[in-house]
Design a protein around this ligand. Structure first.
Ligand SMILES: [Zn+2]
Length: 433
């Protein structure tokens, strides 16, 4: 088509719409209850009016529709902002074959499989996730872009790409291999020694397209490296990462189970501590002092402890480390809440099967967190951690139309969060039961 013809057609379309007075269609959601994150209350009988991908109005009562508008009836439901999980791994899932996969799966295998996990996550009501560690070749950076373009169905992704480690530490991909396969992994693979290499690793991730930096500051439960849960990063290395990440506008998430690693990371100025399982009073104080967010990932702890009971599913070393995590995390989360830490929702999906992320709400409430606080932790608190609270995290005019609903009142029964009936992302309905 010639450019002239195209412009003529466009002009005539504009002309027709101005003559007939047709306006863009609106979607009107009638919600029986709606979570208002500003007043921390449930509003009743509300209409949320959406044009294209944005919320344009929130009105009391059930608004009537114009001729071209679409009404979505959620009068028996509770409408909430799209849920957000700050700790997922969309390129993997723990299974008896997990430790073998990197030898037999190609990048394309990881990539295709991750599309299934992404879809499961969205259908569970999670419209935004933070991906904290790719298993293979930046699969989730490509996945993020494919979802953004519309090739693949899934949540909005903020990804770290491959996580960073020190030599021999958690997320050094050569751990446990035969000597000749160990090689000398460097900053490209995310393995650093000293502040200069820490800087190079951050810049490498920036170049590759990561949004956030993931640090593995202490040992972990499902890795087979040496040293248990001990600290693996020096203060100057952590400082170098945070300083460099800030330079590029990237945030930093630090995996840390034990006190020294937690306190050092908080001091360096990381945005969040992941897991924090064995934090003591000093570590807690450091997080409070530096206003570090706490992402407990209770779902992963519960899952691993459960799996550790089954012989054969996990290596003996992993099972030994994981026995007590499920009960310890309850104690830690309860204490962190009582001491006023900023608790932000994250589950470590991929350690357990993708799509059951919302179990975390139940675990949080069982550990003593009020249901309203748990809901806020997965909406406005997550948006703040991602620094996107101007676009997402609440149901307000001007924000993106990411909305989910459950039938009934989750404040009365938090288990309802595990049965999301309605999912809208960016103004598009993906699920409506
Ligand atoms: Zn993780």
């Amino acid at each position: 088509m010639s450019r002239f013809l195209l412009i003529t057609l466009l002009n005539s379309c504009l002309l027709i719409s101005s003559i007939t007075g047709l306006s863009a269609n609106e979607t009107i959601i009638h919600a029986g209850h709606m979570l208002d994150v500003n007043t921390k209350k449930m509003l009743t009988e509300v209409s949320v009016i959406i044009e294209k991908n944005k919320i344009i109005k929130v009105e009391q009562g059930y608004s009537s529709a114009g001729q071209n508008d679409v009404i979505i009836d959620l009068k028996d439901h509770t409408l909430m902002p799209g849920l957000m999980d700050m700790h997922v791994h969309l390129s993997t899932v723990l299974s008896p074959t997990f430790f073998m996969e990197k030898f037999v799966m190609d990048s394309a295998d990881y990539a295709f499989r991750s599309t299934k996990y992404a879809k499961d996550t969205l259908m569970a009501g999670f419209t935004t996730v933070r991906e904290l560690g790719d298993q293979d070749n930046n699969v989730t950076i490509a996945l993020r872009d494919a979802i953004k373009t519309g090739y693949v169905i899934g949540p909005r992704i903020y990804t770290a790409g491959k996580g960073l480690a020190t030599l021999g530490g958690l997320a050094d991909p050569s751990n446990g291999l035969r000597l000749e396969f160990m090689g000398e992994p460097d900053f490209v693979e995310g393995v650093i020694n000293g502040p200069i290499e820490a800087r190079r690793a951050v810049r490498q991730r920036f170049k590759e397209g990561a949004d956030v930096i993931k640090l593995n500051v202490t040992g972990g439960s499902i890795n087979q490296g040496r040293g248990g849960f001990g600290s693996q990063w020096m203060q100057d290395e952590l400082d170098a990462v945070v300083e460099t990440a800030k330079e590029y506008g990237m945030s930093v998430a630090a995996h840390a189970h034990t006190p020294v690693g937690i306190a050092r990371s908080a001091k360096a100025g990381v945005d969040s501590i992941e897991h924090g399982t064995y934090m003591d009073d000093d570590a807690l104080k450091a997080m409070k002092k530096y206003n570090t967010a706490y992402v407990p990932t209770m779902s992963a702890m519960k899952w691993i402890t459960e799996k550790a009971k089954e012989k054969g599913d996990l290596p003996a070393e992993v099972r030994a480390k994981s026995e007590n995590m499920g009960s310890q995390i309850d104690i830690t989360v309860n204490k962190a809440y009582k001491k006023g830490l900023r608790i932000v929702f994250g589950t470590d999906a991929g350690v357990y099967p993708h799509g059951i992320n919302a179990r975390e709400f139940e675990y949080m409430v069982n550990a003593g967190i009020p249901p309203m606080t748990a809901l806020l932790s997965a909406t406005i608190e997550t948006a703040k951690l991602l620094r996107i609270e101007d676009q997402l995290g609440s149901i307000e005019p001007g924000k993106l139309a990411d909305l989910v609903a459950v039938k009934g009142d989750p404040l009365q029964n938090i288990v309802l969060m595990q049965d999301v009936k309605f999912v809208m992302k960016d103004g598009v309905v993906y699920k409506q039961e």
